[in-house]
Design a protein around this ligand. Structure first.
Ligand code: CTP
Ligand code: MG
Length: 224
């Protein structure tokens, strides 16, 4: 069994909807509720903890009041990493901890199963998909280099770790004042290999307004 930490304490600045995007409704259901329900209905998930902005905790707990695996909502921080660390410090010790963005409502049980098994086997595992586009390193609008696409993966969440590995990684990042853009980057700094599980292109993060069109299309596909 595993515990999931769901950061939902962001601003949603790039979505430009004037409020935290995790409260946006997709087909009548708020994004954060969809995300939490994916874990509520996953048989290996034991407990769900969220990070929220202090002024949104009441709204969020009301929205999730009937979801029994939600154990606590903890005040987040100014960066995603700080939000997750605040929660990590509060959760009871467990074997596996997953971290999953509140803004990724289309995570499948198939990927959750694979990640959970991979985390037990490898201690650190992340969901990702192969890059479809060619990716270039660009500085000042000039191409610096073109990495071989065969080696490039687009990294998603969930990212799954043993409790001890994630604790150690967050402590080291704090000691070094290191700020990463995902959880695995903190684990990588400890020297621990991170296993990659091929996920689905449907597992998008709702980041900019056009992602809402993709979200509607994914829902239509699922409803057949
Ligand atoms: N998040 C968080 N605490 C922060 C920043 C982000 O808990 N200080 C959460 C967001 O709520 C989101 C997830 O981390 O569910 C992924 O972050 P991102 O997609 O960047 O969301 P926002 O930071 O809200 O969006 P933006 O960067 O466009 O402002
Ligand atoms: Mg952000």
């Amino acid at each position: 069994m595993y515990t999931v930490i769901i950061p939902a304490a962001g601003q949603g600045r790039r979505m430009g909807c004037g409020h935290n995007k995790v409260f946006l409704e997709v087909d009548g259901i708020p994004v954060i509720r969809r995300t939490v329900e994916a874990f509520q209905s996953h048989n290996k998930c034991a407990a769900i903890y969220l990070a929220a902005k202090e002024q949104e905790i009441t709204q969020l707990s009301h929205l999730l009041r009937d979801i029994p695996k939600v154990k606590n909502i903890i005040v987040g921080g100014s960066e995603r990493q700080y939000s997750i660390y605040n929660v990590l410090k509060e959760i009871p010790e467990t074997t596996i901890v997953m971290v999953h963005d509140g803004a990724r409502p289309f995570i499948s049980h198939e990927t959750l199963d694979e990640l959970y098994e991979a985390a037990i086997a490898h201690k650190a595992a992340i969901a990702a998909v192969p890059a479809k586009d060619t990716i270039k390193v660009v500085t000042d609008n000039q191409v610096a280099s073109t990495p071989d696409r065969q080696t490039l993966w687009l990294v998603q969440t969930p990212q799954a770790f043993t409790y001890n590995v994630l604790q150690a990684a967050y402590r080291l990042a704090e000691d070094d004042a290191y700020l990463g853009t995902d959880d695995a980057s903190l684990v990588e700094r400890t020297g621990m290999p991170v296993h990659v599980v091929e996920s689905s292109y449907d597992n998008i993060k709702l980041t900019t307004p056009e992602d809402l069109y993709f979200a509607e299309a994914i829902l239509r596909k699922r409803e057949g």
